[in-house]
Design a protein around this ligand. Structure first.
Ligand SMILES: Nc1ncnc2c1ncn2[C@@H]1O[C@H](COP(=O)(O)OP(=O)(O)O)[C@@H](O)[C@H]1O
Ligand SMILES: [Mg+2]
Length: 212
């Protein structure tokens, strides 16, 4: 589904070099690394937002960075779902209106069950600003899943949640992956979260090491 070969990227210094990674349907992959190791940068490269300085990222056999603009837009809109560390919800709107944005853009209906599964069905009419950090994070995840993405890229998806809620949220995401033939790539510094995925890598000193 997604394959990256020989990815290298540096800013003032080398961040990572010659990284290969492959995401297949119904699989979950985590990348561990300390703060500043380049996890978010790698996620941006894999998810079409930052062209790598060398190497290729292929989605279904096509280099995503050579796609015509219209196809890139469709890829981001329909196939790739990104759960950001800072969730970028529309603050002046209700939780439900935030989900509607996703639904209007992609034509996928709002799935009431998803909000229930993530424990936010009862706060849908509330303005985003009145929700707790954890509820905002859950709404941002429901918003991403509403568009039925084929690959979910998640940057510290449970950063605002306590241990029990984090485990619940991850198991609901895993269920989505299994039921929709999707794939998850998750970057995190949380070992527990990482080892709940099928494959685990660590980004360290420019290289990627397989741990599981
Ligand atoms: N656009 C940029 N320009 C220059 N340096 C950057 C840029 N983005 C990130 N960095 C640097 O790259 C390093 C890795 O950042 P990041 O990928 O955010 O790491 P992580 O997500 O693992 O904490 C950091 O030292 C950061 O300051
Ligand atoms: Mg980061």
């Amino acid at each position: 589904m997604l394959g990256a070969k020989n990815l290298s990227h540096s800013f003032d210094y080398d961040l990572f070099q010659n990284i290969d990674i492959e995401l297949k349907p119904k699989t979950t992959t985590a990348i561990l690394g300390v703060s500043g190791s380049g996890k978010s940068t790698l996620l941006h490269v894999l998810s079409s937002f930052l062209p790598p300085q060398s190497g290729v990222v292929e989605y279904n056999g096509h280099n995503i960075y050579s796609l015509p603009n219209s196809e890139l837009v469709n890829l981001r809109k329909n196939d790739f779902g990104i759960i950001f560390q800072s969730h970028y919800l529309f603050r002046g709107f209700s939780a439900k209106e935030n989900l509607e944005v996703s639904s209007i853009l992609t034509g996928e209906p709002i799935d009431e069950e998803l909000s229930k599964k993530f424990g936010v069905a009862h706060v849908l009419s509330q303005p985003i600003s009145t929700l707790s950090g954890g509820q905002q994070q859950r709404i941002s995840i429901v918003r991403v899943l509403t568009k039925k993405p084929k690959i979910i890229f998640a940057d510290e998806p449970t950063g605002n949640l306590d241990k029990t809620s984090a485990a619940e949220v991850m198991s609901t995401i895993f269920e989505y992956i299994e039921q929709n033939d999707a794939a998850l790539l998750c970057v995190t510094h949380d070992e527990n979260l990482a080892f709940s995925c099928d494959s685990v890598f660590r980004l360290e000193r420019n290289a990627i090491i397989r741990l599981k």
